[in-house]
Ligand binder design. Structure first.
Ligand SMILES: Cc1cc2nc3c(=O)[nH]c(=O)nc-3n(C[C@H](O)[C@H](O)[C@H](O)COP(=O)(O)OP(=O)(O)OC[C@H]3O[C@@H](n4cnc5c(N)ncnc54)[C@H](O)[C@@H]3O)c2cc1C
Ligand code: FES
Length: 297
């Protein structure tokens, strides 16, 4: 079953100094598909990657966009849950056939997704939200991921590498058992800088430590774009570092989302207005990607 929705969304455009600015709302087609689970790979006791056959979404999704998944059949959970699209799977002819989700088990919905068997069918609505704006050379891309915030960076890194952009992934987790797909990114030609809070892999401490060092040491003339996804305190720290070192940033926020379509206002976030002051924006349609300096932290 496939239903088609038309929703409104905002688009980016890039000004000559590589600042990201918002364009007026534009139409976007969103589909609701019954997607079959074609694989479920457990990565650890709490993380899995689930592959869903959804060619209509896989062929259209852009890096940073998300889907709303109805994980249960009953009333618990009643509402769909938002997930970034992690990977796009293709057949031997290169056609996009499926998406994967990097799932972290935190509650009732993500628990169901963790144990879902092959052949199970789940309603998936998407692609939703405002994507990342990929840069072009000579701008370098610094991706900053905390935990499951890695999810939108697989497709973003692929897009950037296709454009021959120099990409570095700063990736932090609590422990070595929270870091995944590092080889995958390295095979793509992405430089990886790892941190863990317990020191079991990479540098001990938060991911913003090596990020700050890199910001201090990079040549001022070298343009960079920082992309961040992870816990909100990490996003705030990245946005503040970006401002301190006068660098642009794009952050993907993860607010609680009830509908993903702009109807319930559960996901609002305060952003600055051009002429001063601030207002609340629904992060499901105005985001999830925002300029770091746009958000009132
Ligand atoms: C745009 C977007 C993309 C996301 N992408 C991913 C992804 O790729 N992989 C992934 O594992 N998770 C992702 N999340 C977070 C995921 O949606 C939540 O973890 C999930 O909705 C929790 O559902 P649950 O039923 O398991 O938890 P619940 O039983 O509803 O709640 C359990 C706990 O999780 C907390 N929680 C609920 N929603 C969120 C949220 N949005 N962010 C953080 N904590 C939350 C609750 O406050 C509660 O403490 C994303 C969220 C957003 C908004
Ligand atoms: S999730 Fe419903 S308005 Fe954003």
């Amino acid at each position: 079953m496939l239903s088609v929705f038309s929703v409104v969304n905002q688009k980016y455009h890039r000004s000559p100094n590589h600042e990201i600015t918002k364009c007026p709302y534009t139409s976007l087609v969103v589909v609701d598909v019954d997607a079959e689970v074609v694989a479920n790979t457990r990565l650890s006791a709490d993380y899995n990657v689930i592959a869903l056959a959804a060619p209509a979404i896989a062929s259209d999704v852009k890096p940073g966009q998300f889907v709303m998944v109805r994980v249960g059949t009953g009333s618990d959970p009643l509402l769909r849950r938002p997930f970034s699209v992690f990977e796009i799977l293709r057949d031997e002819r290169g056609r996009a056939t499926a998406i994967t989700l990097l799932n972290k088990r935190v509650g009732v919905g993500t628990r169901l997704l963790f144990k879902m068997e092959r052949g199970h069918v789940v309603p998936v609505l998407g692609p939703l939200g405002r994507p990342f704006e990929p840069v072009e050379p000579p701008i370098r891309a610094w991706l900053v991921a905390g935990g499951v915030g890695l999810a939108p960076f697989a497709t973003l890194a692929e897009t950037l590498r296709t454009r021959a952009v120099d990409v570095t992934l700063f990736y932090g987790g609590r422990s070595a058992t929270d870091l995944f797909y590092v080889d995958w990114f390295q095979r793509l030609g992405v430089r990886t800088v790892l941190t863990t809070e317990d020191g079991t892999q990479g540098e001990r401490g938060r991911v913003t430590l090596p990020l700050e060092r890199a910001l201090r040491s990079i040549d001022r003339e070298q343009p960079i774009m920082m992309y961040a996804c992870g816990p909100e305190p990490m996003l705030e720290a990245v946005a503040h570092l970006a401002r301190r070192f006068d660098r642009p940033s794009q952050v993907s926020v993860e607010r609680v989302m009830g509908c993903g379509l702009g109807g319930c206002y559960s996901c609002v976030i305060r952003v600055r207005q051009h002429h001063g002051g601030s207002h609340f924006v629904r992060s499901c349609i105005g985001g999830p990607v925002f300029r770091g300096d746009e958000i009132v932290w």
